[in-house]
Design a protein around this ligand. Structure first.
Ligand SMILES: O=P(O)(O)OC[C@H]1O[C@H](OP(=O)(O)OP(=O)(O)O)[C@H](O)[C@@H]1O
Ligand SMILES: NC(=O)CC[C@H](N)C(=O)O
Ligand code: SF4
Ligand SMILES: [Mg+2]
Length: 593
């Protein structure tokens, strides 16, 4: 392994890689593309500072000598854009050096031809980020990079969320900081791998991976080799593909060319054929000898059911089942379980479309487009602030008056999380003249927070956590509301019920959660001093409120007392004396002003 170099473009954000400013510093990007107006900056601050629900990142890895690695990675990330819209990046290595280029923004905003042409090598690791631990800052964009203790570097892309973050950070001590200023759980993994005394990255990984709790689909690399690993539950997807018929200097590379990606749709886009899933508890090592499989834990499969509902693209296959087929069938089931007399079934674009097709098919009610989607607006639920999500819905969806006026509508969507979308839609549809609005949802009520990579924020934010179906209907202003049953959804996914995580629907968490897991939160590493969790830091975290209740945690009274004790306070009320709005606290290492 060799020392990495940095991509440090000019202020315009489009420069070519230049040497690092300090030895071993490897992450690149503008750290401050200063071309946005005042209003945009406000949005940026919201993006950066506010806690809120989000999605599940996309990861991509490729080992393909002789191929245009940067371009293929770009296309792979493009196919995974729906999994994270806050930042994107790639690390490209040529056997000697690793160059990382990352930036806040969408894939197409982060990379241009000039940047891509400056990134060359035989392997790459890429990422699209939707933050679940650590603010939306440049430092927290991925791939995360660390110089390894024994020389060389480690670049890592992570989808998921760890649940033993404080424990891991405490174990790292001072080396957690190491000038990187990242506050993600993902960077903790990179640091653990880089700090490991083992002579090879494989040995480090086999020791570190079993110590991680929670969800991780990882693609990481040193300068010569790509690695992929999936947590023991296989919570989020990760697949291996082969770039068929590719050549190196006119002859096919003897060991083939390989791609690892969050979803099969990314394999399709780069022209790779699906080989198999990375197994839960498996570590794959991909180099000139081809892929080798190692095991770091036994498989105890609990795949995320919400991937089938919303997260994954419909043209992806998970555990042998098409996401699109699952959604259509769930719509059919919903029509059987919750029929209604109506004139037209309309979908809520984008991810509500397949279920609406299924509902229309099974009910016999005509299907029609009643909402026009602005294709230039992305996913709203995965945006990191409530204000942005609410604005996004108005920007994104507009009713087609001539289609809906005077009609009794069945409005089909895949999920209700906070209720932003449905509340806005019911109002818009009524204003546009709908005679009746019947809302049908192709997943059960989301009542429980997710600790494994979906930022469902606080439980209080989940509309179904405190309200029954009738109360939700009243709050949305709909004429009727019904959700599909959990059994109906599981059946449509064709997965054995005991091999799924369904925790956000039924509160049964496959990875046991301790109080500190529950007390953790998106900003827990920002609240820590370098290396160690001090009482004062926890008190600060507590004050910021994003920690308590983050991810919907309902901390037990005992845990709260313990936290107050750690912070040196007698009672929780004492914490109120520390004042100042949470958003004022700039995330550690933020380069943006
Ligand atoms: O109840 P809420 O908090 O509003 O969240 C639920 C909505 O968010 C998602 O759509 P999103 O706009 O994120 O993406 P999509 O275009 O893929 O449907 C989901 O499909 C629902 O429409
Ligand atoms: N959505 C995800 O998979 C997030 C990955 C990681 N926890 C982060 O916040 O960057
Ligand atoms: S809690 Fe829900 S969103 Fe989170 S991993 Fe489980 S099924 Fe997926
Ligand atoms: Mg939607």
């Amino acid at each position: 392994m060799t020392k990495g170099t940095a991509a440090t473009p000019d202020a315009g954000g489009s420069g070519s890689p230049t040497p690092p400013t300090e030895p071993g510093c490897t992450t690149g990007g503008t750290g401050g593309r200063d071309t946005v107006g005042t209003d945009d900056r406000a949005w940026e601050r919201e993006l950066r500072d506010e806690a809120g629900p989000q999605d599940a990142c996309g990861v991509f890895g490729i080992w393909a000598p002789g191929e245009d690695i940067a371009n293929l990675t770009y296309y792979g990330l493009y196919a995974l854009q729906h999994r994270g819209q806050e930042a994107a990046g790639m690390a490209v290595a040529d056997g000697r050096t690793i160059v990382v280029f990352k930036e806040l923004g969408l894939v197409a905003q982060v990379f241009d031809e000039r940047t891509l042409s400056s990134l060359s090598g035989h392997l790459a690791v890429g990422h699209t980020r939707y933050s679940t631990t650590g603010s939306s800052t440049w430092e927290n964009a991925q791939p995360s990079y660390r110089t390894a203790r024994l020389g060389g570097g480690v670049a890592l892309a992570h989808n998921g969320n760890l649940t033993n973050i404080l424990e891991l950070a405490e174990g790292l001590g001072e080396s957690r900081d190491a000038g990187m200023n990242a506050t993600t759980d993902s960077d903790l993994i990179t640091a653990l791998l880089a700090e490991h005394p083992g002579p090879t990255l494989v040995e480090a990984a086999l020791d570190v991976l079993p110590r991680l709790r929670g969800a991780f689909s990882l693609v990481f690399s040193d300068a010569a080799t790509v690695y992929a690993a999936r947590d023991t539950h296989g919570i989020h997807p990760l697949v291996l593909g082969r770039l068929d018929g590719r050549t190196e200097g006119g002859t096919e590379h003897p060991s083939g060319s390989w791609v690892v990606a969050s979803e099969t749709c990314a394999l399709d886009i780069v022209g790779a054929t699906f080989v198999r899933e990375v197994e839960p508890g498996e570590l794959l090592v991909i180099d000139e000898a081809g892929p080798r499989s190692l095991r770091f834990a036994p498989a105890d499969r609990h795949g995320c059911l919400f991937e089938f509902v919303y997260l994954a693209r419909p043209d992806t296959t998970i555990a042998g089942r098409s996401v699109h087929a699952t959604r259509v069938e769930t719509g059919r089931t919903l029509a059987r379980e919750a029929p209604v007399e109506a004139d037209l079934v309309i979908p809520v674009p984008q991810s509500g479309v397949p279920a609406a097709v299924g509902y229309a098919e099974a009910s016999g009610i005509p299907f029609g487009e009643g909402l026009v989607k602005n294709s230039y607006v992305g996913r709203t639920f995965i945006q990191p602030s409530q204000k942005i999500r609410q604005r996004g819905i108005r920007l994104k969806l507009n009713p087609l008056r001539e289609v809906i006026e005077g009609r009794r509508l069945v409005v089909v969507d895949d999920s209700i999380v906070r209720g932003n979308t449905q509340r806005a839609l019911v109002r818009m549809l009524r204003e546009a003249g709908a005679a009746e609005v019947h809302v049908r949802i192709s997943s059960p009520p989301v009542r429980w927070p997710c600790f494994y990579g979906i930022d469902f924020a606080t439980r209080a934010e989940l509309i179904a956590s405190g309200l029954g179906v009738e109360e939700i209907r009243a709050s949305l202003g709909a004429d009727s509301l019904a959700y599909v049953s959990l059994d109906g959804l599981v059946e449509a996914s064709r997965q054995p019920a005991n091999e799924l995580c369904r925790a956000c629907f039924d509160g049964v968490y496959p990875v046991p959660l301790t109080d500190s897991d529950r007390l953790g939160g998106k900003h827990q590493l920002e609240a820590m001093g370098s290396g160690a969790a001090t009482g004062a830091a926890l008190a600060e975290a507590f004050r910021r409120r994003v920690v308590i209740g983050m991810n919907g945690a309902d901390p037990s009274p005992d845990a709260l007392d313990e936290l107050a004790g750690l912070a040196g306070l007698d009672t929780l009320e004492d914490m109120a004396v520390i004042d100042g709005p949470a958003a004022d606290a700039a995330p550690a290492g933020s380069r943006r002003s």
